[in-house]
Design a protein around this ligand. Structure first.
Ligand code: C2O
Ligand code: CU
Ligand code: CU
Length: 423
């Protein structure tokens, strides 16, 4: 725009998609296409203006997951977009570099809308950040991980999405909307931005040969320093950025392996092949990754921080279902609070809109270093509890709430969600 703002048009539409070459799957939805959407990209400090055009047969919303913005721009269940209309939020990006994303959030229908394919990345760059692999599609590769069920007539199977305890757990894994992808790489270091955009599945992602890699960022931004691991666990809504090293001419498989000790009545963690990576015979040497990344150091609890408690049961938070007309929590702008999440049942996770938080502890122990940075979603295995140090933003609106909820979309739709306003 003439004033320097960045304008994006995102059109939500129906379609059919080739997840596998030559096989058309009907019944998918996408953003500016037939499945998933473009990666939106903006710098810290940019003014962004969105036009979200709804060409679907039903009303929906588009939520900017991970974005810090005024509540009216958030795209939660109160910002419905009727079919044939356009929603035009705008805001100034003011937060650290991160891999965020967008997806619909209509109350009671999020699972189906996301499952059909409405989602995309929103990459926030900070020109003052550390030097990391950042050539998009070359050594900076997004990997959107999703599970689907595709029926024998080539239709997207949607039957189980809004049923049962966990909804549908698909047996077909798609990466960026592609089945069984192969990625050629040409540099010795490659950064992968992992997004779990599945409805329910939890993955433990690593390389089949057990090689170690560096985690550099979580949901809401860079870590303090790289954390070396051989697997990362990622539940729906979470993002993890990793940097892996490759050697000339090798073929390497990225996969997901279930926890060695699986607990009954938890989400099934099956084993999946995700991606085959083929390194070129000659690799361009990458500069060594920095020893420190610029993310915040150890989280410390301010004395006297207000504590709020949230108990998760089968599909309720603090014994209540989501009520669009009830404000559950009122938080002062800029507050730093401790939110204690106590899961009394099977697996859930917990996402808070607009904020960034640090995990202080899970079941009384500090989180693994790769999960110790800024986040907006935390996984809570069966009967686990977590303490979060939550940083609220400056945007006040006493009338328009933000959401907190389980990001297993079947649970969110069943009402495992609450509302808070910032005043
Ligand atoms: Cu990713 Cu309230 O959502
Ligand atoms: Cu969100
Ligand atoms: Cu849940």
């Amino acid at each position: 725009d003439p004033d320097g703002a960045k304008r994006f048009t995102l059109t939500l539409q129906t379609g059919s998609t080739e997840f596998r070459p030559g096989t058309v799957t009907a019944g998918t939805w996408g953003v500016n296409g037939s499945y998933l959407g473009p990666a939106v990209r903006a710098n810290r400090g940019d003014r962004v203006r969105m036009s979200v055009v709804n060409r679907l047969p039903e009303a929906t919303t588009l939520h900017w997951h991970g974005m810090r913005l005024p509540a009216k721009m958030d795209g939660g269940p109160h910002q419905m977009i009727e079919p044939g209309t356009t929603w035009t939020p705008e805001w100034t990006v003011d937060q650290p570099a991160a891999t965020s994303w967008f997806h619909p959030h209509p109350h009671g229908k999020t699972a189906m809308h996301v499952y059909r394919g409405l989602a995309g990345l929103f990459l926030i760059d900070d020109p003052d950040g550390p030097r990391l692999p950042s050539a998009y599609g070359v050594d900076d590769i997004p990997l959107i991980v999703q599970d689907k069920e595709i029926d024998s007539d080539g239709e997207l199977e949607t039957g189980g999405v809004d049923r049962g305890t966990f909804g549908l757990l698909g047996s077909t894994i798609l990466i960026n909307g592609t089945y069984d992808p192969v990625l050629p790489v040409s540099t010795s270091l490659v950064r992968f931005r992992l997004l779990n955009a599945s409805n329910t599945r939890v993955y433990r992602i690593g390389f089949a040969d057990g090689r170690r890699f560096d985690v550099i960022a979580g949901d809401a931004g860079l870590l303090d320093r790289p954390a070396t691991v051989d697997r990362v666990k990622i539940s729906p809504g979470e993002r993890v950025e990793i940097v892996a090293r490759f050697f000339p001419g090798e073929t390497v498989v990225l996969d997901s392996r279930g926890e060695p000790r699986r607990t009954a009545n938890d989400i099934e963690e099956d084993d999946f092949h995700l991606l085959e990576i083929v390194a070129a015979a000659q690799l361009t040497p990458s500069p060594a990754p920095p020893a420190t990344l610029g993310g915040p150091g150890r989280a410390t609890t301010p004395p006297g921080a207000r504590v709020r408690r949230f108990s998760l049961s089968g599909s309720e938070i603090n014994g209540r279902d989501m009520d669009m007309s009830r404000i559950d929590e009122v938080v002062p702008a800029g507050a730093v609070e401790i939110w204690e999440i106590d899961n009394t049942t099977y697996a859930h996770n917990f996402h808070i809109h607009e904020v960034s938080f640090r995990i202080l502890d899970i079941d009384g122990s500090p989180p693994p270093p790769y999960q110790a940075g800024p986040k907006d979603t935390v996984f809570l295995p069966k009967n686990a509890n977590a303490r979060l140090l939550v940083h609220f933003g400056p945007h006040t609106d006493p009338l328009t709430p933000y959401m907190y909820h389980c990001h297993l979309l079947r649970h969110e739709d069943k009402g495992m969600m609450g509302q808070f306003v910032v005043v």
